[in-house]
Design a protein around this ligand. Structure first.
Ligand SMILES: [Zn+2]
Length: 102
């Protein structure tokens, strides 16, 4: 199986093409984005579990969001993950994005 290595933050923002599905072990953002975004926030990565094959690695849907550290702690009531990356179920990012628009 070939894997596409794109930075989930800036790679995901590039226009066009089919949805950029990637795998959970490839989510490390490029060093630029890590410095720019993850120094102050936590990267949320939306991932879908394959219910028929729960032992497989969840597939990223392509949705990502960076939440500021404070917002993350408030929303999730848990400590900041050490790598500043957290997986969320499908729908959570949309929910937060809608919440932030208010
Ligand atoms: Zn990047």
């Amino acid at each position: 199986m070939s894997k596409v290595r794109v930075c989930v933050i800036c790679g995901g923002k590039r226009a066009g093409g089919p949805s950029r599905r990637s795998f959970v072990d490839d989510i490390e953002p490029c060093s630029k984005c890590r410095k720019k975004y993850l120094s102050k926030g936590v990267l949320l990565v939306e991932a879908k579990e394959d219910r028929a094959h729960p032992e497989d690695t969840p597939t990223m849907t392509g949705s990502v969001l960076v939440l500021k550290n404070d917002a993350f702690k408030q929303l999730f009531e848990m400590p900041i993950p050490p790598r500043k990356i957290a997986f969320v179920e499908v729908g959570i990012i949309e929910m937060i994005a809608n919440e932030l628009k208010k």
